[in-house]
Write a protein that binds this ligand. Structure first.
Ligand SMILES: [Fe+2]
Length: 356
């Protein structure tokens, strides 16, 4: 009788080891051809919910102001082009980002200084914190700034800053260059002259476009609002009136968004901004959305709880709420908050979501 010879069947462990080794060999071979298996990374590239590296964080103005003032002795605005201290998200050091899509910095311009004229593809906003009487010139129009003013510089608009007052002026700069750089679409240009020639009267843009009427022939430019400076003096009374009328959202307080009067849309395609007033005793309901948001306390004080972390804020403090983190505002004595996010960009791409 013939005896059948049989190889010993592989154990389960051996089989798995062999398969793993064969697969790894395959991955190594395809890597040499600049390819990789999607199934190894699927869970981290198509996540079930938003994943952010950005952390909730607050920059207190007491710290920020003294350090920015110190920088005034180190370098001139002209030498620096822009004397700005970057507000770096603690999780994104070295990347010049407050959130993954927004840059934030505190800029200072001292009396008689000029920050020279230039332009760039990145759009910018300024929210004025301190000082009185410095100006931003945008596309041939000078706008003198006061605390709480919201000034925009759209994509490729020539701009420069000067301070003809006797006090330093500080403002929050927010730019969309992380978005522009994500697309690798950045251009910038310096001008020969430090200042641009101003051909329009100061304040024309707000006078023409900021009163519920539009001059004949106003172009509907979706990429930028024709208003350069949305002054606090005109915006604050609106939210105050909303409060009196009881138009107070349970999460966001009495809030307006800054709009392009020619389109009704956002002031810039990449960034949207809001001003909110909270009544005394305000305990906001929790909220989250996919746009990471930079807030500035304009008046009063309070706290914002983000994913269990409590951020305390007082005037001119800047804080960040990362995307999709649930947050909730408290303002025992009432407060005013400015905020800015990439919501228009997300909406244009059809990816923005919120959860009440
Ligand atoms: Fe600039």
């Amino acid at each position: 009788m013939a005896v059948a010879t049989a190889t010993k069947p592989a154990s389960g462990t051996d089989t798995k080891h062999n398969i793993d080794a064969i697969r790894q060999g395959f991955y190594d071979r395809i890597a040499k051809k600049d390819m990789a298996p999607l199934w190894k990374v699927m869970g981290s590239v198509v996540t079930k919910e938003p994943v952010t590296r950005c952390q909730p964080h607050v920059w207190h103005y007491d710290d920020v102001k003294s350090l920015v003032m110190e920088s005034g002795g180190l370098i001139t605005a002209e030498e620096a082009q822009r004397r700005v201290l970057v507000l770096e998200n603690p999780a994104l050091h070295g990347e010049s980002k407050a959130t993954n899509t927004l840059f934030a910095g505190i800029q200072m311009i001292l009396p008689n200084e000029i920050a020279p004229a230039h332009r760039h593809v990145s759009s910018a906003i300024r929210f004025v914190l301190d000082g009185e009487g410095a100006y931003t010139a945008v596309e041939g129009e000078k706008s003198f700034m006061s605390p709480g003013d919201f000034v925009i510089t759209a994509n490729w608009a020539p701009h420069d800053h000067g301070n003809t007052s006797s006090k330093p002026m500080l403002w929050l700069d927010v730019l969309d260059f992380p978005q522009v750089n994500f697309f690798e679409a950045s251009f910038a240009e310096q001008f020969g002259a430090a200042t641009q020639s101003t051909s329009r009267a100061d304040g024309d843009s707000l006078a023409f476009y900021g009163s519920g009427v539009l001059p004949d022939g106003t172009p509907a430019r979706p990429n930028s609002s024709p208003v350069i400076n949305y002054t606090y003096a005109r915006t604050r009374p609106i939210i105050e009136r909303m409060m009196k009328a009881g138009d107070i959202d349970k999460r966001h307080g009495a809030r307006v968004n800054y709009a392009n009067p020619a389109t009704g849309g956002p002031v810039l395609p990449t960034m949207g901004a809001w001003l909110a007033m909270f009544p005394k005793g305000f305990k906001g309901e929790p909220y989250r959305a996919t746009d990471g948001t930079i807030f500035v306390c304009v008046e009063g004080e309070g706290t914002t709880t983000v994913d269990g972390k409590v951020l305390n804020w007082a005037p001119n403090d800047v804080f960040v709420v990362p995307p999709w983190k649930r947050y909730q505002h408290n303002a025992p004595d009432g407060a005013v908050l400015f905020s800015i996010s990439d919501r228009p960009a997300q909406k244009a791409l059809g990816i923005w979501r919120e959860e009440q």
